[in-house]
Design a protein. Structure first.
Length: 338
């Protein structure tokens, strides 16, 4: 029997060796950030998340209130902080969101209102994304924000990746809304954000896809995806999967737009990647997935098309049948010997 076990084990290992490489999709998220844990002990209330435009694999984040004027660059490959940016001349009240615009600027939203929407005005801070990742101090541009219709509590700030226009989602399950800022923010006056759509959600963060065709807004327990047209109109397209998290506070698209990165508060908090599918995929990501499936020439390729999946299923079935046959034959011989 031991020799039979060794023979069967060898057969199974051979099957695994043949099947596993084929089961990995071609270009399986090559170069795209994966789930990671924030290792920095200073970051205990990660409340916003934004993928860097200048540094692949790096995400900007920050603590909630009571931390100080700091923004952290975290490398998703290691979970370690690779740069800390100190905002000079800023005494933040309740920082809740961060976003990177098409102009290479980082926008930080000091927009939270734990009193339920009583602050007459809130602020947005903007600074250029550093070319080199190292600790630095910057003097940000400060924008004063008010809402048309009165104060709102909000934790979601998004900068459209094509137009550079800034948007805020108010935090309210009944009566929440999407607010649009002026075409260009003014540092010398008040910037009035006007409601353009309803989003009834306890929104804790939001993000635009890299191509600007999708908007995702999350709460503690659900997420919603919207299509975004060139004239700024939104339409619901689905509800992305949301991982169970201690206190889900942030969301960002991966740079390729194919997945979402969900963050949560807490020491050594986990940032979880969740792939998007169907209508929730941004237009550019859907086209890229179709090209990959077609092998780039309009035909099903060997690495990820339907034919490739069928072939792998046939191989798995054949190997499973062969392993079962070997096991049955060995048991039969063992019974005869007894």
């Amino acid at each position: 029997m031991p020799s039979l076990a060794r023979g069967l084990g060898a057969a199974v290992l051979a099957a695994v060796a043949l099947v596993l490489p084929a089961a990995v999709p071609a270009a399986a998220d090559a170069g795209s950030p994966q789930s990671f844990t924030i290792e920095d002990k200073r970051i205990t209330e990660s409340s916003g998340l934004a993928a860097s435009r200048a540094h692949p694999g790096v995400f900007w984040t920050h603590n909630d209130s009571d931390d100080g004027p700091y923004v952290y660059a975290v490398d998703s490959a290691t979970g370690r902080t690779v740069a800390t940016v100190t905002l000079k001349g800023i005494d933040p009240r309740d920082v809740e969101a961060v976003s990177v615009g098409p102009d290479g600027q980082v926008y930080v939203g000091d927009i939270g209102d734990n009193l339920g929407g009583t602050w007459p005005e809130v602020w947005i801070y903007r600074f250029p994304e550093p070319k080199k990742l190292k600790d630095t101090t910057v003097t940000p541009v400060r924008y004063t924000v008010r809402y048309d219709g009165g104060p709102r509590d909000a934790e979601s700030l998004m900068v459209h990746p094509k137009t550079g226009r800034v948007y805020i989602v108010s935090k309210n399950e009944e009566g929440g809304g999407l607010y649009e800022g002026p075409a260009e923010l003014s540092a010398s006056g008040v910037n009035t954000f006007k409601r353009i759509a309803g989003i009834d959600l306890w929104a804790t963060d939001g993000a635009f896809s890299p191509d600007g065709t999708r908007l995702v807004v999350r709460s503690y327990f659900e997420a919603r995806a919207y299509s975004w047209s060139s004239d700024g109109k939104v339409a619901p397209v689905g509800r992305p999967s949301l991982p169970m998290q201690r206190q889900g506070e942030s969301v960002s698209f991966t740079p390729d737009g194919a997945a979402l990165m969900y963050g949560t508060e807490g020491a050594q908090s986990r940032v979880t990647r969740v792939a998007l599918h169907g209508k929730m995929l941004p237009v550019s990501a859907a086209e890229a997935a179709e090209d990959e499936q077609d092998g780039g020439d309009g035909k099903n390729g060997d690495g990820g098309g339907a034919d490739g999946d069928q072939d792998r299923n046939l191989v798995v079935g054949a190997l499973t049948f062969a392993a079962a046959a070997v096991l049955a034959l060995g048991l039969r011989r063992l019974i005869r010997r007894r």
